[in-house]
Design a binder for this molecule. Structure first.
Ligand SMILES: [Mg+2]
Ligand SMILES: [Zn+2]
Length: 409
C-alpha cells in the first residue's frame, strides 16, 4: 500500500515552536514527527510515500535526503497550498488506482497499522473509506462521528460545542481509488476532506478505533503532553488465544443456551491453564445465529456465558473477553462479525492491543480457521469431536506452543 503524508501546513497554532521548524519535523522526545510516521508505516508494509511540502520546504527536503527511507519517498513541492483534495488530485498518478493511506502527518499516532489495513480490506462492501478514530479528551475541538451497529459512520460533527460522543476523527484514512474520481467530479481546486468528502460519504465510511495512542500536535500544550504521554501509552502488544465456543470449549449439541446442555470438553481447563501460564490472554469468539433465529435471546447467551466465566474462574482461568455474532445472513443484512469474517477478532485486537501474528486460534470448523486467516493469525488448531486436549498437552509439553501447533497440524 502507498501513503500520502500531508506535511505542507504552516502550523500556525503551534507558534512560536513552528517559527523556525515545519510542524511535520517538530521533535517528539528527540525524534521528528515524520520519522515516527515513516517508521510505523514501514513496519506495516507500506513502502511508497508521497510527502508534500510548502512551509520551510528546504528543511523537509533536507530531512528526506538524509533519511534511511529516502528511496521510498517522493517529495512534491507546492508553491501554493492545495488542501487535502488538491494534493491528492495533483498527484493522482502516484496512487496507481489502488487503495491508499491518507495521513495528516501533524498527528502523533501509534496503533497496529497492520490491523488498520486489514480492517479496511475486510470492510462492509458499501464502504469506500476506513477512518481511524480515537477517543478524544477534548471532543469539541475534533470531528466527532456517530456510528451504527456495523461500525459505519452515519453522522459527522466537525468541531461543534457539546458533541454527542468522544469518538473523534484521527485524520488518517484508507481510501479506495474511487475517492479520486469523486474529487475530480467536484470540479474545484480547494477540496477539504472534512467538509467536502466526509459528508458525501456518510454511510460508506468504515472505522478503525486506535486504542493505543493518538494526539493532534496542534498547539504548544498538546505538543508538550505528547512527549510526556507517549511513553506511558505505548505498551508491548499482548498475545492471545482465540477460542471458538461450541465444539471447542463445550460439546456441540447445536444451539446450546442452557446450563444443563453446556458440557465442558475433556481437559479444556488443563489446556487453557497451559496457555495462560505461557502468557496468552484468552478470548472467546463465537457465532450465535441462534439469536437471529429466535431460538434464544442475547440475555440467555450472556447469562450462560457469565456462568461459564465463573466455572473457568474456579479453575483460576480468566477469559479476558467474549465476542459473539448474533446475526444470520438469511435473517439480518450481511454483517461484518460472523465467521469466516474476521470482524470479531479485529475488534478485539484493536481493543486489547493484540499481536495477531503471535496469537493462536482454536476452532472446530473451517469457518473458524478461515476467520483466523482473514485476520492474519498464522497459528491455528483445528479440533474435532474426538480431540482430547490432555493428549496434545502431554505429547508436546516440552515444546513451545508454536512447535506444538506445528506438530498438531
Ligand atoms: Mg464451533
Ligand atoms: Zn454478525
Amino acid at each position: 500500500m502507498r501513503a500520502l503524508l500531508l506535511s505542507a501546513g504552516e502550523g500556525t497554532r503551534l507558534r512560536p515552536i513552528t517559527n523556525n521548524i515545519p510542524k511535520c519535523l517538530v521533535p517528539i522526545n528527540g525524534k521528528p514527527l515524520l520519522e515516527y510516521w515513516l517508521e510505523n508505516l514501514t513496519q506495516a508494509g507500506i513502502n511508497e510515500f508521497l510527502i508534500n511540502t510548502h512551509y520551510l520546504a528546504d528543511q523537509v527536503k533536507e530531512f528526506v535526503t538524509t533519511s534511511k527511507y529516502k528511496n521510498n519517498i517522493t517529495l512534491v513541492y507546492e508553491k501554493e497550498l492545495l488542501n487535502t483534495g488538491g494534493t491528492v488530485l495533483a498527484n493522482k498518478e502516484f496512487f496507481k488506482n489502488e487503495p491508499f493511506m491518507l495521513v495528516h502527518a501533524d498527528n502523533l499516532s501509534f496503533c497496529d497499522f497492520n490491523t488498520f489495513i486489514n480492517t479496511h480490506n475486510n470492510r462492509p462492501k458499501e464502504c469506500e473509506i476506513t477512518m481511524m478514530l480515537f477517543k478524544s479528551d477534548d471532543p469539541s475541538s475534533c470531528g466527532i462521528v456517530e456510528i451504527d451497529e456495523n461500525n459505519i459512520v452515519q453522522k459527522f460533527y466537525e468541531k461543534v460545542p457539546n458533541p454527542p460522543s468522544n469518538l473523534a476523527n484521527g485524520a488518517v484514512y484508507i481510501c479506495e481509488p474511487s475517492i479520486i474520481n469523486f474529487m475530480e467530479q467536484l470540479d474545484k481546486k480547494d477540496i477539504d476532506f472534512s467538509l467536502d468528502i466526509i459528508p458525501a460519504y456518510l454511510g460508506k465510511i468504515n472505522i478503525f478505533l486506535n486504542n493505543i495512542y493518538h494526539r493532534d500536535i496542534g498547539n504548544p500544550i498538546s505538543y508538550g503532553l505528547a512527549q510526556v504521554e507517549m511513553n506511558t501509552h505505548i505498551k508491548t502488544p499482548i498475545k492471545a488465544v482465540f477460542l471458538d465456543r461450541d465444539g471447542v470449549i463445550n460439546e456441540d449439541y447445536g444451539y446450546v443456551y442452557k446450563q444443563k446442555d453446556f458440557k465442558f470438553k475433556k481437559n479444556i481447563f488443563a489446556l487453557l491453564k497451559y496457555y495462560q501460564q505461557q502468557g496468552y490472554k484468552l478470548f472467546i469468539v463465537t457465532n450465535q445465529s441462534g439469536i437471529a433465529r429466535g431460538y434464544y435471546s442475547v440475555d440467555d447467551f450472556t447469562k450462560l456465558m457469565d456462568w461459564v466465566k465463573t466455572k473457568f474462574l474456579e479453575q483460576n482461568i480468566t477469559i479476558t473477553d467474549i465476542a459473539f455474532c448474533p446475526h444470520h445472513p438469511d435473517i439480518n443484512k450481511e454483517c461484518n462479525c460472523r465467521k469466516p469474517k474476521p470482524g470479531m477478532i479485529l475488534n478485539l485486537a484493536s481493543k486489547y492491543n493484540i499481536d495477531l501474528k503471535s496469537s493462536i486460534l482454536i476452532g472446530d470448523n473451517q469457518s473458524d480457521i478461515l476467520a483466523a486467516k482473514n485476520a492474519n493469525i498464522k497459528h491455528t488448531i483445528l479440533v474435532n469431536k474426538e480431540t482430547d486436549y490432555k493428549v496434545i498437552l502431554s505429547k508436546y509439553s516440552n515444546s513451545s506452543p508454536a512447535n506444538m501447533i506445528a506438530s498438531i497440524q
